[in-house]
Design a protein around this ligand. Structure first.
Ligand code: AR6
Length: 169
């Protein structure tokens, strides 16, 4: 059984085996939690991302997929980068948001990570409504077949924390 824990805080300060980055397909950094992870983790993460772009991910990482790098100076062993979908009112992209969570856990299993921290993927710059993103994230983790023992959702502000808390079973 994977336990799901909610905390309010900064994901870059979490002591976990792996933390998930809400990246973009370039893998070369951005704003929001992505910017915070690269700033706190230092240049080794960007260097590892560049190496991925130069090898298997020449066109970048597709939405809904996940890939791991070093966590640099962060108090974690790995960063698992995933690309959330941009919210659309016209098109249901929920399956892609679910895929981010499932694929990140699959990569975590490959690494042997037992504790994994997730941000609220797609709920910032990509504008996904918080309650809906929380429902998809929590349901997907609950249904995932994984050896990860603890999934910690790290919510940056009170509004995000409350949205996730409201979706807990
Ligand atoms: N710790 C935890 N959560 C955080 C932190 C932090 N340090 N900083 C922000 N958040 P966003 P997205 C929350 O915009 O919507 C980047 O440019 C934030 O409050 O980081 O998936 C990428 O490169 C929000 O709830 O990611 C992509 O281009 C959540 O993290 C694009 O943004 C996600 O917000 C991805 O957009």
């Amino acid at each position: 059984m994977t336990s799901i824990v909610l905390v309010r805080g900064d994901i870059t300060q979490q002591h976990v085996d792996a933390l998930v980055n809400a990246a973009n397909s370039s893998l070369l950094g951005g704003g929001g939690v992505d910017g915070a992870i690269h700033r706190a983790g230092g240049p080794d993460i960007l260097e590892a991302c560049r190496a991925l772009r130069a090898s298997h991910y020449g066109k970048g990482l597709r939405t809904g997929q996940a890939v791991a790098t070093t966590a640099g100076r962060l108090p974690a062993r790995w960063v698992i980068h995933t690309v959330g979908p941009v919210y659309s009112a016209d098109e249901d992209r929920s399956a892609l948001l679910a895929s981010c969570h499932r694929e990140s856990l699959r990569v975590a299993d490959e690494l042997g990570a037992k504790t994994v921290a997730f941000p609220a993927i797609s709920t910032g710059i990509f504008r996904w409504p918080l309650e809906d993103a929380a429902r998809i994230a929590i349901e997907t983790v609950r249904e995932a077949k994984t050896s990860v023992e603890e999934v910690r959702f790290v919510l940056f502000d009170e509004r995000a924390y409350e949205a996730f808390a409201s979706q807990m079973p």
